[in-house]
Design a protein around this ligand. Structure first.
Ligand SMILES: [Ca+2]
Ligand SMILES: [Ca+2]
Length: 94
């Protein structure tokens, strides 16, 4: 019996990608993305935590993808849809 993996590490990785995407999207819709913006993001405590969480256990992501089942796939799809909705519905900065 192959060991069953959940989607914890994969979800953490997707959360990081989502946070970066949201940041770029907001900046692009605001005053544009600059090196200062990127520096600010990299120094942000919340972002650093997300990054650390995503990087830790990164070697397990492959295993999680390889044994994704239907329920997990639906859960991830839902997570991505919710994330996309959150990003798109963010008001444009004044
Ligand atoms: Ca900016
Ligand atoms: Ca992780």
């Amino acid at each position: 019996m192959v060991q069953k993996h959940g989607t914890k590490e994969l979800t953490e990785m997707l959360s990081l990608v989502a946070a970066i995407t949201k940041f770029i999207y907001e900046e692009a819709r605001g005053d544009g993305l600059s090196y200062t913006d990127i520096a600010k993001l990299l120094l942000d405590g919340d972002f650093q935590r997300k990054l650390a969480v995503a990087v830790s256990g990164i070697t397990l992501v492959d295993d999680e993808i390889l044994d994704l089942d239907g329920i997990e796939g639906i859960g991830l799809a839902r997570f991505l849809l919710d994330t996309a909705e959150d990003i798109i519905s963010t008001p444009i900065a004044a």
